[in-house]
Design a protein around this ligand. Structure first.
Ligand SMILES: Cc1ncc(C[n+]2csc(CCOP(=O)(O)OP(=O)(O)O)c2C)c(N)n1
Ligand code: SF4
Length: 301
């Protein structure tokens, strides 16, 4: 695993997203972008649909993101990225095409083209940063919004959230990983592994990216909320190669429910769960149990 000192040095040499960009204070997505771009070692070509990232990138050369960015129509990113990947394979194979999209653009709007690119095993790294709603347009509910979370278009629901990582594993995707902005070393390693070890295949990484603005969280607590997502068992950290899951070292102990921290204490940090009804809390617990059942069922021997 990369060491903290090394990551600091790498990110001092190459700054993927510039200081003073348009992200809100404490934005998890902004952190995810920084670590992911560092891991790709200046070889990334980003395909970005409409989302908060397309605001962070800003306008004009060298402004928000220090990498080439192509903005695609919302539903089309994986198809557009497929075209780029095929061209660059001949033109300059050092280029790694990356789709960088939110949960709305992935779990809902871009799902059909994502499925197609995954099935064709295109040479793309697809990163879904999950801030659990359509945040750029003001926190509308997406398929990945968890049970009980209030958004501007929903008042907390029982329905389980849609896990695109699990979907990608059952799609037969070569490399699937979950990551979290509160675990930058783990995030960096997974991006690097996707880039170096599984080149030539479709790879999918889902990053938990707290959104202080939409979740009504104090920006000071971005890392705390991210860390507790793992420690409560809400966000299992794993890698799946050819459908076989290995739990990541930093989150492995939370396989045991006895080791997990209080769900209620974590929810109390997030305004979106204020006044959560008991039946929604129960639905959230069931969602967590369900995701661990999946993990256990697909674990490597
Ligand atoms: C076809 C289309 N529909 C709607 C929009 C408006 N729109 C722009 S960004 C956005 C939200 C995207 O949400 P998500 O993919 O979750 O990314 P986030 O904003 O959370 O980063 C929406 C609905 C659009 N640009 N194009
Ligand atoms: S709305 Fe949320 S995800 Fe978007 S820039 Fe602000 S903090 Fe980041």
């Amino acid at each position: 695993m990369v060491k903290l000192k090394e990551l600091i040095e790498i990110e001092a040499t190459y700054v993927g997203n510039m200081k003073g960009n348009l992200a809100c204070a404490g934005c998890g997505l902004n952190l995810a972008l920084r670590h992911a771009l560092a891991a790709l070692d200046q070889h990334a070509l980003l395909v970005v649909p409409a989302c908060c990232t397309s605001v962070i990138q800003g306008f004009g050369e060298g402004y928000g993101i220090n990498a080439p960015v192509f903005n695609s129509a919302f539903a089309a990113s994986p198809a557009v990225a497929s075209g780029f990947a095929r061209v660059y394979k001949k033109k300059d194979p050092s280029v790694q095409v990356v789709v960088w999209a939110g949960d709305g653009g992935t779990a809902d709007i871009g799902l059909a083209t994502l499925s197609g690119a995954a099935e064709r095993d295109e040479d793309i790294i697809y990163v879904m940063y999950n801030n659990e709603a359509y945040q750029n347009t003001g926190d509308q509910k997406s398929g990945a919004t968890p049970p009980g979370a209030v958004t501007t278009t929903s008042s907390g629901e029982k329905r389980p959230s849609k896990s695109v990582s699990r979907l990608m594993i059952t799609h037969g995707v070569k490399y699937v990983a979950t990551a979290n902005t509160a675990y930058p070393l783990d995030l960096y390693d997974k991006m690097k592994r996707a880039y170096e070890e599984f080149r030539g295949h479709f790879r999918f990484i889902e990053i938990y990216a707290p959104c202080p603005a939409g979740w009504n969280v104090d920006p000071r607590y971005t890392a705390k909320v991210g860390k507790l997502a793992v420690e409560t068992g809400y966000w299992p950290l794993y890698e799946a190669v050819d459908g076989k899951i290995t739990l990541s070292r930093q989150g492995r102990r939370f396989l045991d429910p006895e080791k997990r921290k209080s769900l209620e204490d974590w929810l109390a940090l997030q305004g979106r769960f204020k006044k959560i009804k008991p039946e929604f809390l129960e639905a959230l617990r069931q969602d967590i149990d369900h995701s661990w059942e999946f993990v256990k069922k697909h674990m490597a021997e």
